[in-house]
Design a binder for this molecule. Structure first.
Ligand code: MG
Ligand code: ZN
Length: 344
C-alpha cells in the first residue's frame, strides 16, 4: 500500500538540506506501468507531481550503458560507455560526494547488487573500464563516501592491493559483512560488503535488503547537521530487462518502489529533503500489450535484450522539485542536485 505524501514541502522555492537520489537501473515508463498494473494500480512513484524527462545518450553512442549514465548524474559530464566518472580523455571527474564533502555534507551509496557495478561505482571511483572491479574498489580510498552498502565483497577483501582493507580502515571505515551488523552499529562511516546471496533476485528471496539498508543509512546520515546525499539503486530492474523476464523485472520494480515510499515518508518528516527518482536508461524495449490493473495482471513483449535510448522519467518531490520539470540531458540532473543545496 503506497505512502500518502503530505505535499507540505513539495515544490517550495527554497534550498534543501538533504538530497535522496533513487536510480532504478533500466526503469523506463513501460517498466513503471508494468509495476503499476501488477500492483493493482498502486505505486508510490505515481504520487510524485513534479516530473521531467531525461535524455540519456552517451558521448560515443546514442545508447548509454549504466557507466556513462551514472557518470552523467554523478559528475555532470557526458562520457563514453564503459567509462566510470572519467571524461572522454580518461581524466577523473569529481563526483557529487566529493563536491559536497567540503561543505560538511555526508554521502551514502547503496545498491541492491554488486557495489562495484557501474551505477554505484560512478559515485566513488574513476576508471576507463567498468569491469575493472579491483581498481574501482581501490578508488574508494580517495572518495568522500561515508556509507557504502552492496555485494561483491571479494573486489575489496581479495584486492590485488592486499593492504586495501587496512587503508580503508585507516580512512575511518568500519568494515561490516552483514546487514545485521550494519543495522546494530552507530558508526558514522561504514563499508558494508555483503555476501553475494544478500543481493540475489527478489524472486529468489532477497526480501527487504534495499529498504533496510536505506533506512539505516538515513538514520546514520540524518544525524549530520550539515545534511546528506544518498544515492540508492534498484540495480536489478535492468537485469530483468536484459533477461526479457517480466516477472523478474516487475518484482524488482516493486522492491524499488517501496524505497520510493520510504524516501517520501522521510522527506515529509524532515521537511528539508529533496527526493529524485529516475533511471539511467530503459532496458529491453518493453511494450505492454495488455495491462489490467483491476486484476493485477500485465503482459508485454521485449524488443531487445539491450538498452534503448528512449527518454526516461525524472520524478522530484520536496523543496526545489519544480526545477526538475522539462526535458533535459541526464547531466542536468547533476547540476540541479548541486543547485538544490545551500552550497557554492
Ligand atoms: Mg546499475
Ligand atoms: Zn543494463
Amino acid at each position: 500500500i503506497p505512502y500518502q505524501p503530505t505535499y507540505k514541502t513539495d515544490g517550495l522555492q527554497k534550498k534543501a538540506k538533504n538530497v535522496i537520489l533513487l536510480i532504478g537501473d533500466g526503469m523506463g515508463l513501460a517498466q513503471i506501468q508494468a509495476g503499476l498494473s501488477a500492483n493493482f494500480g498502486r505505486l508510490n512513484i505515481i504520487n510524485i507531481k513534479h516530473i521531467g524527462l531525461s535524455r540519456t545518450e552517451a558521448s560515443n553512442s546514442d545508447f548509454t550503458d549504466s557507466a556513462a549514465g551514472a557518470t552523467a548524474m554523478a559528475t555532470g559530464s557526458k562520457t563514453n560507455n564503459r567509462y566510470i566518472s572519467v571524461d572522454t580523455n580518461g581524466k577523473p571527474l569529481k563526483a557529487i560526494p566529493d563536491l559536497l564533502a567540503p561543505f560538511g555534507i555526508k554521502s551514502g551509496i547503496i545498491s541492491s547488487g554488486d557495489i562495484t557495478d557501474a551505477t554505484p561505482a560512478a559515485f566513488y571511483a574513476h576508471q576507463t573500464e567498468r569491469s575493472m572491479s579491483q581498481e574501482l574498489a581501490a578508488d574508494l580510498v580517495n572518495s568522500h563516501v561515508d556509507i557504502l552498502v552492496g555485494s561483491k565483497r571479494k573486489s575489496f577483501s581479495e584486492n590485488q592491493d592486499n593492504r586495501l582493507m587496512e587503508k580503508l580502515a585507516r580512512r575511518g571505515y568500519l568494515y561490516q559483512k552483514s546487514m545485521v551488523d550494519f543495522v546494530s552499529s552507530d558508526a558514522a562511516k561504514q563499508l558494508v560488503l555483503l555476501d553475494d546471496s544478500a543481493t540475489r533476485r527478489v524472486l529468489d528471496g532477497r526480501k527487504e535488503m534495499l529498504k533496510i539498508a536505506f533506512l539505516k543509512t538515513l538514520q546514520l546520515l540524518s544525524k549530520n547537521e550539515k545534511g546528506f546525499f544518498i544515492m540508492a539503486e534498484g540495480a536489478q530492474i535492468d537485469h530483468g530487462g536484459h533477461a526479457n523476464d517480466l516477472p523478474f523485472m516487475v518484482t524488482e520494480q516493486h522492491d524499488f518502489d517501496r524505497l520510493v515510499g520510504e524516501a517520501l515518508k522521510f522527506a515529509d518528516q524532515d521537511g528539508e529533503t529533496l527526493v529524485i527518482v529516475t533511471a539511467d536508461h530503459e532496458t529491453g524495449g518493453l511494450s505492454l500489450l495488455d495491462a489490467a490493473y483491476k486484476r493485477g495482471t500485465v503482459r508485454g513483449n521485449f524488443s531487445t535484450d539491450d538498452h534503448t535510448n528512449i527518454m526516461v522519467p525524472v520524478f522530484a518531490y520536496g523543496p526545489g522539485s519544480a526545477d526538475f520539470m522539462g526535458v533535459y540531458p541526464n547531466v542536468k540532473i547533476f547540476s540541479k542536485i548541486i543547485n538544490a543545496y545551500q552550497v557554492k
